[in-house]
Write a protein that binds this ligand. Structure first.
Ligand SMILES: Nc1ncnc2c1ncn2[C@@H]1O[C@H](COP(=O)(O)OP(=O)(O)OP(=O)(O)O)[C@@H](O)[C@H]1O
Length: 610
């Protein structure tokens, strides 16, 4: 119920929808009922059961009662017979009333679905925005714990599930009880005895349906999870297709996929079978009720009971048949609603996942970088084991620090804790003496540019990739950045120059071009502090030269932390920090460290650097 309320909160303010919806729905129901009620006079006319017109016809005085409307109808019914002198005109009259009623009823229904569509779209758009906002602000820790496929499945399947199940269920639950009440009132009006019969069967079928729906809930979870797994395997495969094919592991991966796929099929099959059971069960129960009704009501008619004429009984059956569908709808809605609730819970789990990296309420502004960055007794762990231990480091403005060390030594982690992708567990990092946890997050990140090994680009134009996040940026500034990054020339040669879309993750560009674009992006941002993770993957010499020259220009006049893989970069560093198992083991200049004959010397000897 809490989940449901929260979900409904996405459609607020409800008064924008509900009153309008109720009015249209009532119009639909009332005129729909009048339409069926017309069966009585229609059958009477056709089977020639209409009595003679009363001698004097008087228009009834207005009152808001059913009797008034019946009298009004009778008045015109007989008025037309009298005016034309034949009963044929009564037939035309009844048909005209039916035509008008059915038009109004359908108009009401259509308008009510429009209201629901409006409400539904607002609700889903807000929900999707919330999820996306959460994705963009969530900390990296969250992403290392969650699988991409699961998150995508939340955004697509779970939201879809809400659209398909919850909203439709809400629509039904807001409409169909009224229909049932309305028709029951009419049934009682037509025959109290018969109606009492039908009431007995409603709770019975309701009980069976709710029992089935409860069983469904568990399987709903399971199948969504399995669908997430299918997406995970697919995602992984699409990302690693080169590796899969070069390791001739296609069959292995097909087997892995087949296994999950089969499990999904099995669970889905049993889930769908159970769900589908709800419908035949209720239908059978419904038909049993009708059979009993026909026997009982038919006997009353055959016995010539004054209370029930043939036409009224036929109308009664038609009215009754109209109750079956909404009753079925309601029971199905309750079942599907539960499936939707499972999806909602998954969405809310994501939305409620705490964001670890938060800005303090009293965070101060950080307008620039003046003096130095200091790591003071910094220790950090992702899980149990510390991957950084008691790190002390000072980086003065304008310096270049090279982080070197074996794989897994903690170099990337050192870089990641500066823009607060993760927060340190012990100690602190200060910029110009201020703890980075006390400053505004955007200010901090605004000071830092990151160029990673992997050239991360977005499916957008060259221009928007360079001026990332600033679509209104000055074109000249973008071109200047591209020129510095040695990217201008190749961009000019693209079909539409700076306005050329670069495809998914920049797939339409070469590796070196992609890297130069990411460098241009960093140059455009012009941050005083730069974190550079040098690419280890080899480019051809020509391309490498261009990239290196671009990087050199990027590093000029900046304070740089570089995770270095090239001897040329390392030799230029003001200080080389040699890391091993989360600790700074050696530090100094290239010559100084070589002379020490320690880890650094070994790394150079092993030709770890290019
Ligand atoms: N998200 C994570 N969750 C848990 N452990 C992690 C995570 N990221 C890194 N680690 C662990 O932290 C340690 C340091 O990793 P880090 O990436 O900082 O090393 P590195 O020196 O940059 O290595 P490389 O040169 O291979 O990139 C490693 O033992 C690694 O297994």
């Amino acid at each position: 119920m809490k989940t449901f309320k929260r979900l409904l909160g996405y459609a607020t303010p409800l008064h924008h929808y509900i009153p309008e919806y109720v009015i249209y729905t009532l119009v639909g129901i009332i005129f729909g009922m009048v339409n069926f009620a017309m069966l009585i006079p229609l059958l009477n006319v056709i089977f020639n059961q209409v009595g003679d017109s009363p001698q004097t016809l008087t228009q009834p005085a207005f009152s808001l009662t059913i009797t008034y409307f019946i009298d009004l109808f009778n008045y015109y019914f007989y008025y037309f017979i009298k005016a034309s002198g034949t009963k044929q005109s009564a037939l035309y009259f009844v048909c005209a009333v039916i035509g008008v009623c059915i038009t109004i009823a359908n108009l009401g229904r259509y308008m009510s679905t429009r209201v629901v569509t409006r409400m539904k779209m607002t609700m889903l758009a807000r929900l999707r925005s919330d999820i996306y906002r959460k994705f963009t602000t969530q900390s990296l820790k969250f992403y290392s714990e969650k699988q991409k496929g699961d998150l995508l499945s939340v955004m697509t399947n779970d939201v879809q599930e809400i659209e398909g199940n919850v909203v439709n269920a809400i629509q039904i639950l807001l409409r169909d009880p009224f229909i049932i009440i309305g028709y029951f009132a009419a049934l009682f009006y037509l025959s109290v005895k018969l109606t009492l019969f039908t009431i007995v069967f409603f709770p019975l079928s309701g009980f069976i349906i709710s029992y089935i729906s409860k069983k469904l809930k568990q399987k709903g979870w399971y199948s969504q999870e399995l669908l997430g797994k299918i997406l995970n395997v697919t995602e992984e495969t699409l990302g690693g297709i080169r590796i899969i094919q070069s390791f001739t592991a296609a069959r292995f991966m097909q087997g892995k996929f087949g296994e999950v796929n089969q499990r999904f099929v099995k669970v889905s099959k049993s889930m769908f079978n159970q769900r589908e059971l709800a419908s035949p069960v209720s239908e059978i129960l419904g038909v049993v009720v009708v059979i009993v009704l026909v026997i009982y009501g038919g006997t009353l008619v055959l016995n010539g009971s004054d209370l029930l004429t043939g036409a009224t009984f036929m109308t009664y059956l038609v009215f009754y048949s109209q109750i079956m569908q909404p009753a079925k709808n309601i029971s199905t809605a309750i079942t599907t609603m539960q499936r939707g609730m499972v999806a909602s819970e998954r969405i809310f789990n994501i939305l409620d996942a705490p964001v670890e990296i938060r800005e303090k309420a009293a965070a101060v502004a950080l307008t620039g970088f003046q003096d130095k960055i200091t790591y003071n007794h910094v220790s950090f762990r992702y899980e149990q084991q510390y991957v950084l231990k008691d790190i002390n480091l000072t980086i003065s403005k304008g310096q270049m620090i090279a982080l070197v060390g074996r794989s897994g030594a903690g170099k990337s982690t050192m870089a990641d804790i500066l823009p607060r992708f993760y927060d340190v567990n012990e100690g602190n990092i200060r910029i110009d003496g201020t703890d980075i946890r006390d400053v505004k997050l955007d200010d901090l990140r605004g000071l830092i540019g990151v160029v990673s090994q992997e050239a991360v680009l977005f499916n957008d134009t060259v221009f928007n990739n360079i001026a990332f996040g600033h679509p209104q940026a000055d074109r000249d500034a973008v071109i200047r950045a591209a020129k510095i990054a040695n990217a201008h020339e190749f961009i000019e040669q693209l079909e539409n120059g700076y306005d050329t879309p670069i495809g998914d993750r920049g797939l339409k560009l070469s590796g070196g071009q992609r890297q130069r674009l990411t460098i241009a992006r960093a140059i455009f941002k012009n941050p005083p502090i730069l974190i550079l993770d040098e690419a280890t993957s080899a480019l051809d010499t020509e391309s490498e030269k261009l990239v290196q020259a671009a990087l050199d220009k990027l590093m000029q006049h900046r304070t740089t932390i570089v995770i270095a893989h090239r001897l040329s970069t390392i030799q230029h560093a003001n200080e080389i920090i040699v890391m091993d198992q989360g600790e700074i083991k050696e530090r100094g200049t290239h010559d100084h460290l070589l002379a020490q004959q320690g880890i650094y010397h070994k790394l150079v000897e092993m030709q770890e650097f290019k």
